[in-house]
Design a protein around this ligand. Structure first.
Ligand SMILES: [Zn+2]
Ligand SMILES: [Zn+2]
Length: 126
């Protein structure tokens, strides 16, 4: 795994925090929580890197715990569908609703590579 040294300045207090992250190659994506050493403010970081040149890092900072938000929404959706399916099971033989398998983002690298990174989502269980 490539290592990414990152100096991050806290949005709240301005403290600089030095980090070293293990960055996966796309389509894998890692999630880290960065906690400011000074004020304890937490920022969520998603990061990945170009699978071709393995040197260009992409990262996304967010105050929201973005992957967890997406997963929670997706989970609610899956449960809703499962409920509908179960209530219909005496009446319909087969019940198929396509559920997105992953959330993905398209990225392009300076080396010319177009790639995507993704987070897998909860699936409908039998
Ligand atoms: Zn801070
Ligand atoms: Zn690249």
């Amino acid at each position: 795994m490539p290592k990414l040294p990152l100096r991050y300045y806290c949005y709240v207090c301005g403290q600089s925090n030095d980090l070293e992250l293990d960055v996966p190659l796309a389509p894998k994506m890692n999630r880290d929580e960065i906690k400011c050493e000074n004020c304890g403010d937490v920022t969520h970081l998603l990061h990945t890197s170009c699978p071709k040149c393995k040197s260009a890092f992409r990262y996304f900072l967010s105050d929201l715990n973005f992957p967890d938000e997406i997963r929670a929404l997706s989970e609610a959706y899956v449960k809703l569908i499962a409920g509908v399916r179960d209530s219909l099971k005496d009446h319909v033989k087969e019940f198929n609703v396509p559920v997105p398998k992953r959330w993905s983002v398209n990225l392009s690298c300076d080396c010319g590579e177009e790639y995507s990174a993704e987070i897998s989502l909860p699936q409908l269980q039998d």
